[in-house]
Design a protein around this ligand. Sequence first.
Ligand SMILES: [Zn+2]
Ligand SMILES: [Zn+2]
Length: 344
Amino acid sequence: MLACIYKKHGVFELTEKPKPQIINPKDAIVKITMSSICTSDLHIKHGSVPKAVTGITVGHEMTGIVEETGTDVKKFKKGDRVTVNVETFCGECFFCQNDFVNNCTDENGGWALGCRIDGGQAEYVRVPYAEQGLNKIPDSVSDEQALFTGDILATGYWAAKISEIKETDTVLIIGAGPTGICTLICTMLKNPRKIIVCEKNETRRNFIKSHYPSVIVANPENCLETVIKKSENGGADVVIEVAGSEDSFKTAWQSARPNAIVTIAALYDKPMILPLPDMYGKNLIFKTGGVDACDCDEILSLIERGKIDTTALITHKFPLKDIQKAYEIFENKLDNVIKIAIVN
Ligand SMILES: [Zn+2]
Ligand SMILES: [Zn+2]
């Protein structure tokens, strides 16, 4: 089968690989119908994911059809339409039992697919712990509607959930890339009084303005001023940082009011520094990420009921054979790209 692999530092390659086989009774083999390229794939390509294994098939956002199941898999059968979860989790360890599935103690626990074990930019994928790693797509939901469930939507849903958003809150979301937009969509489900989105890219700011007119849009230069002007108590009640730069990290804690919750969903490529003496008395609550992607059935149900719609994020589609072209567009942010669907 065709598979896009992490050949070496800086190089992904489309190549032929054997079709995956069941190796554990809890596995399922899924025939991929649609996959996507994520910014984390670029992190692998450029060496900022130390755990990534060379030769691995990349890709961790996908939909497909169950092709084969191991003998312990009871929840799914051949022919089921499913989304695949970015996280691998056993469902039984302390962390899984407490919904901290990102910290599953299994050797492949957490983000393994498309990083440490073969992922989904391919024709087939083996999904370990299939009863946890798969979610059935409701009949009325298309693959395009479901595509982001297992990764960026799960991340946005989790970030909004752990941020403890109240209806009286002003929420600042930093970053309007694909995950930032998913975070915005999931924050809107909580009905906060105001939402401010800060984004440096003008095309993305315009995307937010046209699709979510009730949202206040700021750029990094006027973000702090906008937040102070629009909030009641000198800063945002909740800040969700999804951008992942030194500047955005600084904006996150600076824009928060005293005793606010600051959720860091972003992945940084170096350590970030908190100037604690300057922040003394601000009493912020920090929550940091690594998505616990355990609400995918709820997300699919929200999609089915029309409460979540991420289809506008798919700006481009390519067949798997042209994935290199898709990477070129995604990596260089050409042609106003937001997300690319790879269609098998
Ligand atoms: Zn991802
Ligand atoms: Zn576990």
